[in-house]
Design a protein around this ligand. Structure first.
Ligand SMILES: [Zn+2]
Length: 60
């Protein structure tokens, strides 16, 4: 799961860490865009990802 390692490295988000301190286990991963879009629409979320913008230089 390359994306899980990237989330941890870039945003310090550990998808295996539960808020209660326990360990989470992935039981399925949905990667098909059509299925993801259906799920998002069903739960009332915008299925379109935010626009990609160039990185900004950090003020020093
Ligand atoms: Zn928990």
């Amino acid at each position: 799961m390359m994306w899980a390692r990237l989330l941890k490295r870039v945003f310090d988000i550990d998808i295996e860490q539960c808020a209660c301190g326990g360990k989470l286990k992935l039981i399925a991963v949905i990667e098909e865009p059509d299925v993801i879009e259906k799920i998002f629409k069903h739960i009332g979320l915008d299925p379109q990802p935010p626009p990609i913008t160039p990185a900004r230089r950090r003020a020093q």
